[in-house]
Design a binder for this molecule. Sequence first.
Ligand SMILES: NC(=O)c1ccc[n+]([C@@H]2O[C@H](COP(=O)([O-])OP(=O)(O)OC[C@H]3O[C@@H](n4cnc5c(N)ncnc54)[C@H](O)[C@@H]3O)[C@@H](O)[C@H]2O)c1
Length: 315
Amino acid sequence: MSQVKETLPQRGKAGSTMMDSEAHEKRPPMLTSSNQDLSPHIAGVGDMKHYLCGYCAAFNNVAITYPVQKILFRQQLYGIKTRDAVLQLRKDGFRNLYRGILPPLMQKTTTLALMFGLYEDLSRLLHKHVSSAPEFATRSVAALLAGTTEAILTPFERVQTLLQDHKHHDKFTNTYQAFRALRCHGIAEYYRGMVPILFRNGFGNVLFFGLRGPIKERLPTATTYSAHLVNDFICGGVLGAMLGFLSFPINVVKARIQSQIGGPFQSLPMVFKTIWIERDRKLINLFRGAHLNYHRSLISWGIINATYEFLLKIV
Ligand SMILES: NC(=O)c1ccc[n+]([C@@H]2O[C@H](COP(=O)([O-])OP(=O)(O)OC[C@H]3O[C@@H](n4cnc5c(N)ncnc54)[C@H](O)[C@@H]3O)[C@@H](O)[C@H]2O)c1
């Protein structure tokens, strides 16, 4: 069977800009008032394809990696070993394995659509209206604002935490009941744990979009779709693993804050101090599950980045 060689039009090295998605090169340049062609990646605010590609990339990721995420959640919350977390889930039974997947499917698809789409739109708007500022600065602010906007969907992550915690298995059996159970505590209860999420999202976005381009430039030049897919998986996976590890303590605190229903709202430093003392002031106890999170984030963000970049090329 003849091997049809799928080759992309020859492209230069990926651009040195922070967001070096090859799809930008396809965009027509936009003339500004000074009639200077702006680089192709800042044309057309409101291009919905970045939102759509981010949405599909997230759906693909959650559907594949949810069971792994649940194991590491139990480790974060109870400070137990992977083996014990797996035994806990086996005891819960297979029908409970995907319990709690609806909130992350609804949340991650929306947050990643916002993350990629808003990053694109805000970068263009900021570059257009603050043209004197260096592109690095406008893109970092765009990444930060996109991450902050994602935090609007904290209630979904909050409810997912409650559904994943076997301590609440007897209180509600599905997402709808979990949302209803919080209603009597007021709207603020749905946003319990928002502060660590704001820090995590902003920090993660700035580094992810800031380092994607430089990392991809150091990989072998891709000339086929499959080579681009591999490079994009490696690029996203390396960043996902690194950022997942760095933000792990924030998620440990977030899980503890969000596993509580009602009662006083404790500050991030106060909850961290409580956990630190409980875990004998040992980093190894604080990072219980970090190795699994490292691998899950590597796979998750490899899938997300490769799916996103691939879809951008065909949409
Ligand atoms: N971690 C990174 O590599 C990275 C990269 C770019 C941006 N960010 C920013 O951080 C935010 C969180 O990123 P993240 O989701 O990788 O962080 P994360 O791995 O810390 O997960 C955050 C929460 O999302 C849910 N979740 C994540 N993956 C899941 C899965 N496969 N199945 C079910 N639930 C899942 C869980 O509730 C988890 O506690 C992003 O929305 C973005 O704003 C992070």
